[in-house]
Design a protein. Structure first.
Length: 125
């Protein structure tokens, strides 16, 4: 598969992974609240003592979605992020195929039409 195609898949994997990390942090907090209530705390106090979602997300980001060279651990997402970055480099440094055709005295490039006489203006623009 060309790099111009698989980078979108890798972006989706990273986005879903991040969303799952936030969801897991939320579930961890809710479980801690429930455990506090089972120990006899009032819900408000249990929520105050439960770890915050932001704290859990920060920890997960640091451990699982940060490149190793920036303090993350060796993980599958490290490889995915590196592949995505490499694919984006290819995507933005490789010329894409254009659709060029002729229709009499007109040139059609993708969905744009211009005549041969207009080439200097088109190139200048």
């Amino acid at each position: 598969m060309p790099a111009t195609n698989y980078t979108l898949i890798l972006f989706a994997i990273v986005a879903v992974t991040r969303a799952l990390g936030v969801y897991e942090a939320h579930r961890t907090r809710e479980d801690a609240v429930q455990q506090g209530i089972m120990r006899g705390l009032v819900e408000k106090e249990a929520r105050r003592q439960a770890p915050g979602v932001v704290t859990s997300v920060d920890e997960k980001v640091r451990n699982f979605t940060t490149l190793r060279e920036f303090g993350g651990t060796i993980s599958l997402i490290d490889r995915v992020l590196r592949q995505r970055t490499y694919g984006m480099k290819i995507r933005y440094t490789t010329k894409a195929e254009g659709l060029v055709s002729w229709n009499g005295g007109e040139i059609l490039v993708d969905n744009k039409r211009f005549s041969i006489e207009n080439i200097p203006t088109v190139v200048h623009d």
